[in-house]
Design a protein around this ligand. Sequence first.
Ligand code: PRX
Length: 660
Amino acid sequence: MAAEPETLERELGELLDVERFEPPADFVRRARVTDDSLHRAADKDPPGWWREQALAVLDWVKEPQQALDDSNAPFYTWFADGTLNASYNCLDRHVEAGRGDRVALHWRGEEGEERDLTYADLLADTQRFANALKARGIGRGDVVGIFLPMIPEVVVAMLACARIGAVHNVVFGGFSPESVKERMLFSDAKALITADGARRKGKLAAIKPAVDEVMGEVKTLDTIFVVRHADNDAPMTEGRDVFYDEVLQAADAECPPEELPAEHPLFILYSSGSTAKPKGILHTTGGYMTGVTWTHREVFDLRPDEDVFWCSADVGWVTGHSYIVYGPLSNGCTSVMYEGAPDYPDKDVWWELCERYGVTIFYTAPTAIRACIKWGAQYPERHDLSKLRLLGTVGEPINPKAWLWYHKVIGGGRCPIVDTWWQTETGGIMITTLPGAQATKPGVAGTPLPGIAAAVVDDQGEELPHGTQGLLSLTRPWPAMLRGLYRDEDRYVQTYWAKFGPRKYLVGDASKQDDEGYVSVIGRVDDVINVSGHRLSTAEVESAIVSHPKVAEAACIGQADEDTGQAIAAFVTLEGDLEGDDAMVAELRDHVASRIGKLARPKRIIWSDELPKTRSGKIMRRLLKDIAEGRELGDVTTLKDPDVMAQLEEKIKIAQAEEG
Ligand code: PRX
């Protein structure tokens, strides 16, 4: 029965005073972990304990005797004398154990198409595609770009790379071809796997011609594999381009997995940093696979034989790598993969899929929950969500109101919620609650997982008392940690290890801890902004805006936003006497979309004759943030021209009056 909106509002209001939710008795009865024994066991000897987990959750060709090597910190290695293959762990071992018929992926397309792929199906395609890669001269250590929609072929492509020791470099489908090109250039990619088109809410985007326009500049690129997905013509360049289905058919059926050292690179994933150039975050095989397999099993209290797991992220982000592909497949469970948008064909499609496939564990981002709240509880209430037993969130802080709505409307008040804090760099979940063992607190992520250590520190790296806000730092190496930035060792050291030295990883988030050691993560302290859980760099957006011929200068900031968590506001100075108007706003937004992707378009553009600068010419973004968020201005004495601020304040007031 659907509740009246007023009743729901009242019930949620009453819950706002509840600060902690104990694990529900029904959940605890069957939970994998119900006490702090894992945390205590891990604390005695973290590297040794991680080695035990590595042996327990993975199949190794040669079991590692070594755990952590920190002799060359911050260049840590894990399990370095062990050998294994990630695709073997995700596929072959389940098929060999007689579980080849188990559905690995229930795939649902935008227009309602359905495909169930078993572990045996995925293994067959992965072997064939691995042979097709080899036939095009791709082997160990070669970088392969992947720019695909949310279709099963993306999983096959990733695992085929892993099978032969090639390093995949997936680019989120929402990025522009320009961004794909940049990422292929930075990594000297030898091949790219893309599609004839992508579908979004009933519309078709032709990917291949757009990719062709820029990819000629990537001299290392010998092959483009094209997946026929959208029934769309794709221009093919003789000698370079081949159709995925044709090479798959022509390839041999068997491709034994390569035996790879644990520290063999598994993938690079470009992510935004403080400068305009994205960082190629590098993960290796043994440690990453240990981290994601273990966290997927314990944080989600997984029963691989019964659960149906759904992570609604896109595979183009780390959440998709770790909790759509490697974690769930390594654990041999059944997952859901959905191509489309959460409001197409209607706003209940997610809940329809939960009902249809009997989803038991659902993992999404706070921004999606806020959108669902806006659409209304009537959509989930149309469907039977009674199979759900555990919910998760990731990507940004969740406000208590959204947490409570998720708990009540989606979880029926009976499902624990794991608020998982982690980053592209950490590879897997780091801070959360083990759902059968620890109470949850709305808006608070939880404690470091077993084997993980974190601290809230001041600017000098000294630990702060509980309750005081400071910088989050990870104070112990962990297996799934990044191993570096691709071909950029200096930047790796500078970004993460220069501030506090090689033993204290600088996260870049502000946070505080309560007396039980629970960590709340407040947000980024650097020039990285989090729009709908997508990480963007202000410098990257600025550089895209400035590349427009009519723009003289630009400064971007992240502004708090009710829907997307943060939104981008751009202060822009045009060339000469040019005046900014609505047409120019649209032009600049389109320009940013074509340079980076639609997700990076500024929500607000504020025309400014001048930007506030220090006497040495540095733009003072802090002041822009203050005026954009209506705060009292901080110290302006270092400004070259203090009048600039008064003019901008006036403009913001006018813009806000017009909007509101
Ligand atoms: O600021 C934190 C925020 O997302 C950042 C990492 O972004 P990315 O590398 O794109 O990975 C996102 C998915 C793992 C973090 O530095 N963040 C992530 N999870 C949470 C969070 N902030 C608060 N609570 C979380 N649960």
